[in-house]
Design a protein around this ligand. Structure first.
Ligand code: FMN
Length: 314
């Protein structure tokens, strides 16, 4: 089985995982706009051992999304081997990622997500069980710090295991989703390991991307919320890194992208895809003049035609 991580050009631009948002159609639109690798929605390793069907549905993807990484969470090593076996056979993604950074109460209080960074022995077992169940490359996503455990301290203790990539959200568990990025922790991990390190957190513009790469020396970037307002951020970053400047997206291009996204969402999920599209449309047109008026229409759309009509009036 090929390790796709080794074949990607650097810097690698990844759509970071976002539960409830990194759906197939959103991954497709980000891929269309230049993302090099995309992550799935969050799936439970435990659930995949018991009620696999629903979770499998959540993880379906289109060939155009590839390379596509499925992210799993859990806290019990014994469920990981079967879960990845199942996902590898039924979904056939390009990689598996293990979530070690989620602060959500539902995940954290159960000993999964960011709580794992405090339990390195358990993490070693989880990684070993995961590797037993699949030949796909296995990556991890961690935080800069969880309580007194830094990313560097943590990775040092698992660095002998054959993982293929690490994404680091450069904020501590305590910081949650806001505040300064700890560039130093990302840089220290980058200097320690010989696999791609993706720096994540606060990248909302091509300039943020360049700063992150310069300060961390990372091999790539993970972009989450920045992609919700601008899925085209990936290609703008590439343009900026290459030429030192980039084109702003014009209103007509934004509308075109939103409609393209809506069509893919409809194709993938029918009417439900349009309902799902409403939340993305709100992100797309955030901060626009008359945003309140536009919003009122967008939260009610029921078809691609409705969307075209409302956007036509902006
Ligand atoms: C709505 C939402 C859902 C998220 N879900 C996940 C998830 O399922 N797995 C994960 O590892 N991180 C998840 N994250 C964290 C992001 O991947 C990322 O680490 C964080 O948002 C910081 O990046 P940003 O500043 O580019 O948004 C989520 C973030 C948001 C905003």
């Amino acid at each position: 089985m090929e390790n796709f991580w080794k074949k990607l050009n650097k810097p690698i631009l990844a759509l970071a995982p976002m539960a409830g948002y990194t759906t197939s159609s959103f991954r497709q639109i980000c891929k269309y706009h230049g993302a090099d690798v995309v992550y799935s929605e969050l799936a439970s390793a435990t659930a995949l051992n018991f009620e696999g069907k629903k979770t499998l549905k959540l993880l379906q993807f289109e060939k155009s999304e590839s390379p596509y990484v499925v992210q799993l969470f859990g806290n019990d090593p014994k469920y990981f081997c079967n879960a990845v076996k199942f996902v590898s056979e039924k979904i056939k993604p390009d990689g598996i990622d293990i979530n070690m950074g989620c602060p959500a109460k539902k995940v954290f209080s159960n000993g999964s997500g960011a709580a794992l960074m405090k339990e390195v022995e358990k993490v070693r077992e989880i990684i070993k069980e995961t590797l037993k169940g699949t030949k796909l490359p296995v990556s991890i996503k961690i935080r800069a710090k969880v309580e007194n455990v830094t990313a560097y301290k943590f990775v040092k203790k698992i660095n002998d295991l054959p993982i293929s990539a690490i994404m680091i959200h450069g904020r501590s568990l305590k910081q949650g989703f806001t505040g300064e990025i700890n560039y130093e922790q990302i840089r220290k991990v980058k200097e320690l390991v010989h696999i791609p390190v993706l720096a994540n957190g606060g990248i909302n513009s091509p300039k943020d991307a360049k700063r992150m790469l310069q300060r961390t020396g990372a091999d790539g970037l993970g972009i989450a919320r920045g992609s919700l307002t601008k899925p085209w951020l990936f290609s703008q970053i590439k343009e900026y890194l290459e030429k030192g400047e980039y084109q702003e997206f014009e209103l007509e291009q934004i509308k075109k992208s939103a409609i393209h996204h809506a069509k893919m969402s409809y194709k993938s999920k029918g009417k439900h895809g349009i309902v799902e599209m409403r939340k993305y449309l709100l992100w797309y047109f955030r901060g626009f003049e008359n945003a309140k008026e536009i919003r009122k229409g967008l939260v009610k759309v029921e078809s691609v035609g409705d969307i075209e009509m409302i956007l036509g009036n902006i």
